[in-house]
Design a protein around this ligand. Structure first.
Ligand code: BV8
Ligand code: ZN
Length: 236
């Protein structure tokens, strides 16, 4: 912890990659592990274009349930510690795999949302893209004003990341002197490759997680414990 604090204090450029684990203490269920996200379904089965085409109503039931859970959640001390860190660093990039919007509500400024935003909808017909924070939604599946079927504004498995987003994330990771990897099992690509990208340009990689992950072997420092407790101490 002392070593990690020193690296962060001395760095002028910091990047952060967050996953579902940083929102766990806000009461938002993580994707993998025994909690299991929803009934007997796996995210990989529901978060795909094929699942949506096959049964838009079932997929929307899952997203509407998640939106209702997230609507009751508050940012936790982990989210807020990252806002504090952003204020102190001349160069700071927050890259998140999360779609819950808790980093925005905590006050983070620059957020690279690799996997989109659960609070936005997109029309399959006219491509309109708009914010909709109603939880629960009045009717499932929701439709666009043009009458077209609306989908959640998130990136599903097999779909490309939003235009230009990956380039920005790569730049952020390459520019960082320290990369914090927080609350991610590091199994989803290309997000999980950001640690390797940062290491190639000599960044120190600090991981914060409750347990060992797929990239623990390639980080410089692994802090075991809840992000909501570790982050405030790390940046104090
Ligand atoms: C793409 C949005 C190309 C939707 C999500 C085989 C090998 C390698 C890659 C692939 C492959 N087959 C397919 C792929 C590619 C695929 C992929 O990576 N699949 C995986 C499953 C192998 N990737 C894609 O499809 C991506 N697109 O590659 O496009 C392309 C290019 C051009 C043209 C066409 C295509 C798109 C991936 C995005 C998928 N969408 N979400 C939604 O949210 O509904 S991914 C989903 O998983 C979420 O975004 C989530 O954030 C993400 C990662 O999960 P984690 O955040 O890590 O959460 P998880 O539950 O796994 O872990 C939580 C961690 O927190 C745990 O480690 C736990 O210990 C820890 N924790 C718990 N509590 C705490 C804590 N830590 C700290 N404190 C705590 N309190
Ligand atoms: Zn439309």
């Amino acid at each position: 912890m002392e070593q990690a604090r020193e690296w962060i204090q001395n760095a002028s450029s910091v990047a952060v990659l967050t996953g579902a684990g940083i929102s766990a203490e806000s009461g938002v269920p993580i994707f993998r592990g025994d909690q299991g996200l929803w009934r007997e379904y796996k995210p990989e089965d529901l978060a795909t274009p094929e699942a949506f085409m096959r049964d838009p109503r079932l997929v929307w039931e899952w997203y509407d349930w998640r939106r209702q859970v997230i609507a009751k959640a508050e940012p936790n001390p982990g989210h807020r510690a990252l806002v504090e860190l952003e204020c102190r660093k001349r160069r700071f990039n927050l890259i998140t795999q999360n779609v819950d919007g808790l980093h925005d509500r905590a006050g983070s400024g620059r957020i690279l949302k690799l996997h989109g935003d659960i609070w936005r909808l997109r029309c399959l017909e006219c491509r309109a893209d708009w914010p909709d924070r109603r939880a629960p939604l009045p009717k499932l599946p929701p439709h666009c004003r043009c009458g077209g079927l609306a989908r959640p504004g998130v990136v599903w498995f097999g779909e490309p990341l939003p235009d230009g987003m990956w380039l920005e994330a790569e730049h952020a990771a390459s520019d960082a002197e320290v990369l914090l990897v927080i609350g991610t099992s590091a199994v989803v690509y290309p997000a999980a490759s950001l640690a390797g990208i940062a290491r190639r340009t000599k960044a120190r990689i600090i991981e914060i997680n409750m347990e060992e992950t797929a990239i623990s072997h390639e980080v410089d420092c692994s802090l075991r414990g809840p992000a909501g407790e570790i982050l405030p101490r790390l940046i104090a």
